[in-house]
Design a protein around this ligand. Structure first.
Ligand SMILES: Nc1nc2c(ncn2[C@@H]2O[C@H](COP(=O)(O)OP(=O)(O)OP(=O)(O)O)[C@@H](O)[C@H]2O)c(=O)[nH]1
Ligand SMILES: [Mg+2]
Ligand SMILES: [Zn+2]
Length: 320
């Protein structure tokens, strides 16, 4: 009899499938492994699969069902390949920190684009609120966060040491499926353990000299959370390079740029060098924040020159 289960974990040529409270193990046959040659892994955490039970825990994986949502990045060190970090979750919690590592809006903007492309609802969370008083750029960070809020993105400030800041985030996670994403060391695993103490994850201090995380989480894992719903913890990244898209498509995922793009002279305007560009005028008139436009230009560059060394990822982790 065919059953439909949910992938919990993928290890090399094996995977774990969740089905009606039980976990089954399946071997990934060559046919399945070769189904998506452009992907580093043929299936991913969150995929729905059709399988047939073959004994207590063993089963035969027959088919991977089409994905409803996805978080995709360019695979690290594998030119022309993409990596689906997670499939079929509803939301992405984009985590950054006020300090240790420093706040980088660029990575938030990349994840916002990836969320838009992958049909994920984005939630911005800035962790390590307890460090705000000693952070010299706290004023600037607040101004940037106000811009995200104006753009209608939900924004939360948290500290794992202040339970009152965790409650609102717990509420948005409850009853939903969410992937946690962000740089290494921002506190993804710590936040999850603080929100739900029954989940105890390995965490590690940030290197005080480089202010970078130590890539503590090394695989993509799913956790049910108290009150319902589940959260997917992911390994931190140093850089998140988006998977291919058309240059003129990018502005769709910047609402404030998209708002003006239809008034540009050229339909395929990239809002960089073209004449009569409504976006550039809006930028000059301060209707678009400089840091957002800079993010847009950097992402555009990485789309136009995907193999440029300047944009190559230097991370050594394997997100899954
Ligand atoms: N001051 C402060 N430190 C925090 C907070 N949250 C986490 N940390 C610390 O930040 C460090 C990194 O936390 P992790 O949870 O390992 O970070 P991560 O994002 O899961 O990192 P990777 O698994 O490497 O991607 C640990 O030393 C945590 O104790 C916070 O709210 N405030
Ligand atoms: Mg972690
Ligand atoms: Zn334009």
């Amino acid at each position: 009899m065919d059953c439909i289960g949910n992938i919990l974990r993928v290890d090399g040529t094996n995977c774990l499938i969740y089905y009606e409270g039980n976990i089954h193990r399946a071997y990934l046959k060559k046919r399945i492994r070769g189904a998506h040659p452009e992907e580093v892994k043929p299936i991913t955490v969150g995929d729905y699969v059709v399988f047939e039970k073959r004994g207590e825990q063993e089963c035969l994986l027959k088919e991977v069902l089409p994905r409803k949502t996805w978080l995709i990045r360019k695979a690290v060190g594998k030119p022309g390949k993409r990596q689906v970090v997670v499939a079929n979750v509803e939301q992405i919690l984009i985590l950054s920190s006020i300090a240790m590592p420093p706040f980088h809006p660029g990575i938030i903007d990349r994840f916002l684009v990836a969320a838009g492309k992958g049909k994920l609802k984005p939630i911005i969370v800035v962790n390590k609120w307890d460090l705000h008083q000693q952070e010299p750029s706290w004023m600037e960070i607040q101004e940037m966060l106000a811009i995200y809020a104006q753009l209608q993105y939900p924004v939360f400030l948290t500290s794992i040491f202040e339970p009152s800041t965790l409650q609102p985030v717990h509420e948005v996670l409850q009853g939903h499926s969410t992937v946690l994403a962000g740089h290494s060391g921002v506190g993804k695993s710590s936040l999850l353990s603080a929100i739900d103490p029954s989940i105890q994850l390995k965490t590690n201090d940030v290197n005080p000299k480089s202010q970078k995380g130590r890539h503590t989480t090394t695989s993509v894992s799913i956790f049910p959370i108290v009150g319902g719903g589940f959260v997917v913890d992911t390994p931190g990244i140093r850089e998140f390079t988006l998977w291919q898209m058309y240059p003129w498509e990018l502005s769709r995922y910047f609402p404030e740029i998209a708002q003006y793009a239809s008034q540009c002279k050229y339909k395929k305007c990239t809002h960089t060098h073209e004449p009569d560009c409504a976006v550039k005028i809006a930028l000059e008139e301060c209707h678009i924040a400089d840091f957002r436009y800079q993010s847009y230009c950097r992402i555009l560059d990485s789309i136009l020159h995907p193999d440029d060394v300047a944009f190559a990822e230097d991370d050594d982790e394997d997100a899954g």
